[in-house]
Design a protein around this ligand. Structure first.
Ligand SMILES: [Zn+2]
Length: 186
């Protein structure tokens, strides 16, 4: 479901014009990197990854995954997760996204690890993973989920949507088996 279209989306997202004054941006060497700069108003396009938060929801050795309803990676499975709103905390984002996609109310029990997301065609991302506990609500696919399922940790689907989610799942399983948190240096 991914592929060429995804890559095209990345190219299309580069700013060509200044978002402040609409002049054409030009490339310039700034702070040791080639960046887009506005010759009229001095705007510099510092391109940053977008922060996202997601929930590891475990019930009886099974993990809750969401089947994606919209691109990218339609039909693939991922954690309930999503991009942070401006001014929102990562924790609040995680609780909100879980609720929007699964109908469940959760309480975060601990932070897990932070991952780079470099294979989402919309933007490079920073994925902040939490371990969460269900405290209410009713399991129902909503928002951008087409299906929800608790998968046994030893029988996960092949088609996981993002590399960062694959890593988080593997490292969580390792953590369950050994009690050791994943190495934050990696
Ligand atoms: Zn400008």
């Amino acid at each position: 479901m991914s592929g060429d279209n995804d890559h095209k989306m990345v190219e299309d997202r580069e700013f060509k014009f200044c978002p402040w004054c609409t002049s054409k941006l030009a490339e310039r060497q700034i702070d040791g990197k080639k960046r887009k700069h506005c010759p009229e108003c001095d705007f510099v396009y510092y391109r940053n990854p977008a922060p996202a938060a997601g929930g590891l929801i475990i019930d009886d050795d099974k993990v809750l995954l969401v089947m994606r309803k919209y691109p990218p990676r339609v039909g693939d499975w991922s954690f309930p997760a999503g991009f942070m709103e401006y001014g929102e905390s990562p924790a609040r984002c995680c609780v909100r996204e879980v609720n929007e996609e699964t109908g469940l109310d959760v309480k975060l029990t601990s932070s897990f690890k932070v991952y780079s997301g470099n294979d989402d065609p919309r933007t490079k991302a920073v994925l902040i993973m939490y371990i969460a506990e269900i405290i209410g609500g009713e399991l129902q696919a909503g928002d951008d989920a087409s299906e929800l399922k608790f998968f046994p940790l030893n029988d996960l689907p092949e088609n996981l949507a993002f590399e960062s989610h694959v890593r988080a799942l593997n490292e969580y399983i390792e953590y369950r088996n050994t009690g050791r948190l994943p190495d934050p240096n990696e």
